[in-house]
Design a protein around this ligand. Structure first.
Ligand code: ADP
Ligand code: MG
Length: 329
């Protein structure tokens, strides 16, 4: 299921591809024919990052790090870079985005879509202690990572789609592509304009509607967008809704009063991490943090009662489609 919907169906004459990777559907559309070679390069990038960063694939570098916690594990530079950015985002979001939550994701069985369970509190506490990454050592020059404590583990699920978008944007730049729409499971990069004078239009998914229902559209030119919500993957147990985004402070699924968080800005990875962090922080803290530390980024946050909170300036180009949604006064 996608958090944001590409409004533009593939026009004839464009260079495009779609597929499934990183547990999600992707679609790539480069305006104009003749760019199929670039499209192939983009697909290879998706494949590689999926391979390097998937903590649940025993062939990946991250799996090797997580399964040899007391050894120095050699990894590719991409993994070092993603870890460095993730730790920076952890610091800048006051710990709301945290790449060390693999033990908790395991305890809640989030990686396994087939079966959810509410773990015993003592298991949550144990996983929470293991997720601290206190003994983590990163050797940038030697390209080695050592977690340092058994039971610790990395999970880049909250940033990986944005990371891949940024890597693909670099390829588009090198190949001189000036108009494209890249959709990695709802994390989207809009390159240039759809056509001269016409922005790309992206639909934001209704957090309680069907997979094709939207509550708003947003116009984008040369920027990325990511959405996190509690409707992507969740389970209701005894009337309580448990979602796949965890609050690193409590070790439990986040419940901040927000049900959908969309972030718009120049870098896909930062958008992706901020969308996850905003969901944890709640509207007041998320908006404060964005304005203080991420002035180049905008937010559209939806509360349980469908109130829509935005950073200043974000309402230009944002159109609410559903009368149940209203901007905060
Ligand atoms: P999605 O991938 O569904 O679009 P997110 O970008 O918010 O949504 O990523 C959610 C994933 O991030 C979870 O499945 C899990 O792997 C990981 N995760 C959960 N909670 C956090 C958190 N607080 N910080 C960082 N990553 C998280
Ligand atoms: Mg995210």
């Amino acid at each position: 299921m996608l958090a944001t919907l590409c409004m533009a169906l593939c026009a004839c004459g464009d260079s495009s591809a779609s597929g499934y990777a990183m547990s999600t559907w992707y679609s790539l559309r480069l305006t104009g024919s003749g760019h199929q070679e670039t499209v192939s390069k983009l697909q290879e990038t998706i494949r590689l990052y999926d391979y390097y960063l998937n903590a649940y694939d025993s062939r990946s570098d991250v799996w090797a790090v997580n399964n040899n916690p007391t050894q120095r594990v050699q990894v590719v530079e991409e993994v070092i870079d993603v870890l460095a950015l993730s730790l920076e985002m952890k610091e800048k979001t006051d710990g709301a985005f945290d790449p060390g939550l693999q033990p908790l994701i395991d305890a809640w069985n989030i990686g396994n879509t087939a079966e959810w369970s509410v773990p015993l509190e003592e298991n949550v506490q144990k996983a929470l202690a293991a997720s601290r990454l206190d003994a983590l050592e990163v050797d940038r020059d030697g390209k080695c990572i050592q977690l340092g404590t058994s039971g610790a583990g990395l999970d880049f699920g909250g940033i990986v789609k944005g990371v891949v978008l940024d890597a693909m944007l670099q390829i588009l730049k090198e190949d001189g592509i000036t108009s494209a729409l890249l959709d990695m499971g709802g994390s989207i990069a809009a390159v240039g304009e759809k056509k001269p004078g016409e922005a790309w239009v992206i639909g934001l998914r209704h957090p309680r509607g069907g997979s094709k229902d939207m509550f708003a559209t947003i116009k984008l030119t040369d920027c990325c967008v990511a959405t996190s919500g509690d409707y992507e993957r969740y389970e209701v147990v005894d009337g309580v809704r448990y979602c796949h985004i965890l609050d690193p402070k409590t070790g439990a699924p986040a419940r901040s009063g927000l049900i959908s968080c969309t972030i718009v800005g120049p870098e896909g990875a930062v958008c992706d991490a901020l969308a996850t962090a905003s969901f944890v922080l709640g509207q007041q803290r998320a908006l404060e943090l964005m304005q203080q530390r991420f002035p180049d980024y905008g937010a559209v946050l939806v509360g349980e009662d469908y109130t829509v909170y935005t950073t200043p300036g974000m309402q230009d180009g944002l159109q609410l489609l559903d009368e149940n949604f209203h901007f905060a006064s």
